[in-house]
Design a binder for this molecule. Structure first.
Ligand SMILES: CC(=O)N[C@H]1[C@@H](OP(=O)(O)OP(=O)(O)OC[C@H]2O[C@@H](n3ccc(=O)[nH]c3=O)[C@H](O)[C@@H]2O)O[C@H](CO)[C@@H](O)[C@@H]1O[C@H](C)C(=O)N[C@@H](C)C(=O)N[C@H](CCC(=O)O)C(=O)O
Ligand SMILES: Nc1ncnc2c1ncn2[C@@H]1O[C@H](COP(=O)(O)OP(=O)(O)OP(=O)(O)O)[C@@H](O)[C@H]1O
Ligand SMILES: N[C@H](CCC[C@H](N)C(=O)O)C(=O)O
Ligand SMILES: [Mg+2]
Length: 496
């Protein structure tokens, strides 16, 4: 059911100039996406000021404008203007109203943190499904409505896209929705006006300092999800100082909190763990009770994700025995320590992983080392037009492997050689690494250098099936390229 301009802004501080009773057909924040009868939001961006596209939006059929100052000075009777203090907040609030506050129609779990968001959302989805829920997922790998996956451009969509997605999930009968909430999204108010049942924090380590500039600012963006703007039950990993600071704030605010981590004071923590080659078996202490879990994910960091998901599931009221049963049948998460099928008799194992931060790279290498009796070879690069200060730190982290192959990972609009030089600054004085800017050749070089029993970690691209070079999106999937290069090296027959 369509809404009028006045209805969308009910209860919001704003000045409506013109006729507020006109129906709004849709919401747009890009002038070139405006359709007839749309409301156009003028946003002051980091690159351009969206107010300068107001006329363009009107020419394309917008009948109302939301702006931080009056912009449409021509004979304004045919266009309604809504003047607000913050266009992004207004857009998110109006989008929630446009779709009748869809997040109130299901239990929404929002997960933030530098690493582990995608994995944890998939874990919560699976547990909730086993508990009998129809689920939605929103995040980096794609958006899923009751098991059907659609591609996504953002980890957390812009508010009109997000609320529309929520509405589709509500209308499809989803009872639990689990979403990644990026720090960009929180800072840019993409989730403003959303009703969360549970919010969870995984960890905070270096990334995105190109956008947030300081660690403190990065943390404060994440911390918004735990502020009074988003009242919810909280799940917090307290292994790091940032998690403990969040816990302090949430406790002070009187929130209901479940703590997780290796820290033995956490409400959910491990007592005994066996990290096996294809699964993990652990005894957890869960709010004072011993709980045995066994799940088909590997690596120490995935135990952290499992504990966070456990906390989210308990917060949703799912019983412990159902959580344990669900964990045992957890499907793999695409591109997260995913093993590449190899020809029969291939003496090396190749894993594809999405580690693209210093902490993730260090932890992925350590996880592979713990699983493999042979050497560990890592192939990695760093994204262009992203936090450049993480590059030398990732270079240094890669030295923990027996051999590092430095290559390209979405150079975007930067020179791939210059990105590699930034990485190499962290590897100065070290020996035993290869530089090969062409990612396919780098993967082939790693396979050629491997000895029987070695493991190769292809880091950074995970589920991605492209390489971004300039404005081009070139087809490139680490899993496919590695499978091809393994066949080239070791023959045709596939191992099961
Ligand atoms: C850093 C960031 O997140 N930027 C987002 C921000 O862009 P911006 O502030 O630069 O916008 P701008 O280009 O200056 O434009 C200002 C306004 O004018 C409008 N405009 C612009 C041009 C035009 O012709 N017509 C027009 O109307 C724009 O739509 C915008 O509303 O607002 C835009 C929409 O309003 C977003 O599309 C854009 O996301 C860019 C594309 C992006 O790459 N974001 C990434 C970094 C991101 O959000 N990543 C996180 C995840 C990271 C993680 O997983 O770790 C995510 O949640 O996906
Ligand atoms: N809890 C964790 N702590 C540290 N590293 C992790 C953790 N979980 C996963 N990782 C590493 O980070 C990579 C990305 O994991 P995942 O996709 O779950 O994180 P994310 O937070 O969704 O990342 P993004 O910011 O790109 O959306 C994994 O491939 C793995 O190498
Ligand atoms: N959400 C992250 C993904 C990075 C993935 C990596 N392959 C890269 O392109 O740097 C980002 O946009 O920074
Ligand atoms: Mg993600």
């Amino acid at each position: 059911m369509t809404k009028t301009c006045a209805e969308l802004f009910q209860g919001m501080e704003c000045t409506i100039i013109g006729d507020g009773s006109e129906e709004v057909a849709g919401l747009a924040f890009r002038s070139d996406a405006v359709c007839s009868g749309d409301m156009f939001f003028c946003i002051v961006g980091n690159v351009v000021d969206g107010h300068s596209f107001a006329q363009d939006a009107i020419d394309r059929g917008a009948t109302s404008l939301v702006a931080e100052r009056k912009v449409y000075l021509a004979d304004a009777t045919d266009v309604t203007e809504v003047v607000v203090a913050d266009s992004r907040k207004a857009m998110a609030g109006a989008a929630a109203a446009f779709y009748d506050h869809p997040s109130e129609g299901f239990s929404l779990v929002g997960i933030t943190g530098t690493n582990g968001k995608t994995t944890t959302t998939y874990l919560v989805e699976h547990i909730a499904e086993v508990a009998g829920n129809r689920c939605g997922v929103i995040g980096t790998v794609g958006n899923k409505i009751a098991g059907i996956v659609e591609k996504s451009d953002h980890t957390t969509p812009e508010s009109p896209d997000l609320q529309k997605l929520f509405a589709r999930m509500r209308d499809a009968g989803c009872t639990v929705v689990t979403m990644e909430v990026s720090s960009h999204a929180l800072d840019l108010k993409r989730t403003w006006g959303t009703d969360f049942a549970v919010t969870a924090f995984t960890n905070l380590t270096q990334d995105h300092l190109d956008y947030h500039h300081t660690f403190d600012d990065y943390f404060e963006a994440k911390a918004l999800l735990f502020s009074a703007a988003y009242p919810a039950r909280r799940v917090i990993n307290i292994d790091g100082a940032w998690g403990r600071e969040l816990l302090r704030r949430c406790t002070e605010a009187g929130d209901e909190v479940i703590t997780t981590g290796f820290d033995t004071t956490a409400q959910i923590h491990p007592l005994e763990v066996a990290f096996e080659a294809t699964r993990t078996v652990a005894t957890l202490e869960v709010r004072g009770a011993r709980v045995e879990v066994s799940y088909p994910l590997v690596g120490r960091f995935n135990l952290e994700n499992v504990m966070t998901a456990f906390g989210c599931a308990l917060s949703l009221g799912i019983p412990t025995d159902v959580i344990v049963r669900a964990l045992a049948t957890m499907p793999p998460v695409p591109g997260r320590l995913e093993q590449v099928p190899a020809p029969a008799g291939a003496p090396v194992t190749v894993y594809v992983d999405y580690a693209h931060t210093p902490d993730a790279l260090a932890k992925a290498i350590a996880s592979i080392q713990a699983l493999s009796a042979g050497r560990t070879i890592v192939v990695f690069g760093c994204g262009g037009n992203r936090d450049a200060s993480k590059r030398p730190i990732m270079g240094q982290a890669a030295l923990a492997a027996d051999l590092a192959v430095v290559t390209s990972d979405n150079p975007r609009h930067e020179d791939p050689r210059a990105i590699i030089d930034d990485i190499l600054a962290g590897m100065e004085g070290a020996e035993g690494f290869i530089v090969e800017p062409d990612r396919r050749a780098a993967i082939a070089a790693a396979i050629a250098a491997a000895e029987p029993g070695d493991a190769i970690l292809l880091a950074g691209k995970g589920h991605e099936d492209y390489q971004l070079v300039g404005d081009e999106v070139l087809a490139f999937d680490d899993r496919q390229v590695a499978a091809e290069e393994l066949i080239r090296a070791f023959g045709e027959t596939e191992n099961d």
